[in-house]
Design a protein around this ligand. Structure first.
Ligand code: FES
Ligand SMILES: [Fe+2]
Length: 373
């Protein structure tokens, strides 16, 4: 039985999709990347990717490359991947370990894991040269329950202000303890906002995702009040469905201590600008979006389970991975089709349904950020 639909109030008459330039114009894209990504907290992956000192991952956003590493005091730090000698990129490999020092491949300037310059060949012959004047330039980092966020702003407001009630709401999942089972990287020929908009409505679910629709009815969704930090809500699992997987049965160990409600629904939140966080009763799925141009987005999707899941001989993460990999590809396909349509001279902003209310809220945030330039 489908759930009784709780009708949502109609949106104002001006609730129309955004003009095409928001999706296809490279200059618009570059300005938006500066305002909505680099100047805010953006998601950069999981602390568990760099568990030991000296391990690092690179994160490339726009023209910037950032080295995210674990320093001697075990803190996560991020440095611009730019040598203080003549600006060369310090490292090229997307992930690895520095050992004790970050060494530039060009003239061998070397930095410690706190960014201090340790050595600069022949510069000791310059009487005015002081190594302390040339540390690596650092970006801001913060960690929320295992998730790393970066900001290139000088003094961004605390991430907690953006996350608001989500910090308490998701505390039961103990996300920092979750263990990665799989990572799939997708290259999608669509603007990053289309991915967020697609994630934020399930009006498309019956046609695009028949398997998802069998496990969770598209009209069962309830949204919370959107904020500048996040958009989202939850959807109910149908009767006798335990989680989203090939057969609707649990895949991993259930998160202990979940409220009764949380055992029968999946929470979907777009943490703006680039983390899609999907919490199931027995696993966490994350999508990390990295814009690569007006019409291109890299999406890293990961599946994380409770550490005790592996104790069970029945543990089969593939059941969740295959289900969502199929669903992801269905989503990316419609996003790419929309990107193509947006390039046409025939495209005009069209009206949103009441079930696309989060998109209307998101678009207003995008427009407000443009107006506040
Ligand atoms: S540019 Fe890095 S040592 Fe010269
Ligand atoms: Fe979808």
């Amino acid at each position: 039985m489908p759930p009784a639909e709780k009708p949502r109030p109609p949106l104002p008459a001006d609730a129309l999709s955004l003009p095409a330039r928001f999706y296809v114009d490279e200059a618009h894209y570059a300005a938006e990347l500066e305002r909505l990504f680099l100047a805010r907290w953006f998601y950069a992956g999981r602390e568990a990717e760099i568990p030991r000192r000296g391990e690092y991952v690179l994160r490339e956003v726009g023209d910037e490359s950032l080295i995210v590493t674990r320093s001697d005091d075990a803190r996560i730090r991020a440095f611009f991947n730019v040598c203080r000698h003549r600006g060369t990129r310090l490292c090229e490999a997307p992930a690895g370990s520095f050992g004790g020092a970050i060494r530039c491949p060009y003239h061998a300037w070397a930095y410690d894991l706190s960014g201090r310059l340790l050595g600069a060949p022949t510069m000791e012959q310059c009487p005015d040269f002081r190594a302390e004047d040339y540390p690596l330039i650092e970006a801001r980092t913060t960690v929320w329950d295992g998730h790393i966020f970066l900001s290139l702003a000088d003094d961004p407001p605390p991430l907690g202000e953006r996350l608001g009630m989500l910090v308490d709401k998701f505390q039961p999942w103990k996300m920092a303890e979750m263990v990665l089972a799989e990572r799939v990287v997708y290259e999608v020929a669509a603007n990053w906002k289309l991915i967020i908009q697609n994630y934020s409505e399930c009006l498309h679910c019956p046609g695009v995702h028949p398997a998802l629709q069998r496990l969770s009815h598209f009209l069962s969704g309830e949204n919370v009040q959107p904020t500048p930090g996040y958009l989202g809500g939850s959807m109910e699992l149908r009767d006798k469905v335990e989680t989203l997987s090939r057969d609707g049965r649990y895949v991993g160990a259930c998160v202990p201590g979940l409220a009764q409600n949380d055992l029968h629904q999946v929470h979907y939140y777009a943490i703006l600008p680039n983390l899609l966080l999907s919490l199931h009763p027995d696993y966490m799925m994350t999508h990390r979006l990295t814009p690569k141009g007006a019409g291109r987005t890299e999406i890293v999707c990961e599946w994380h389970f409770r550490p005790e899941s592996g104790d069970s001989p029945e543990f089969d993460p593939q059941s969740a991975i295959e289900f969502w990999d199929m669903t992801n590809r269905q989503d990316w396909h419609v996003c790419e089709q929309m990107q193509l349509g947006l390039k046409s001279r025939a495209y005009r902003p069209g009206p949103y349904s009441p079930r696309e209310d989060l998109l209307y809220a998101f678009d207003r945030l995008i427009r407000e950020s443009e107006e506040s330039r």
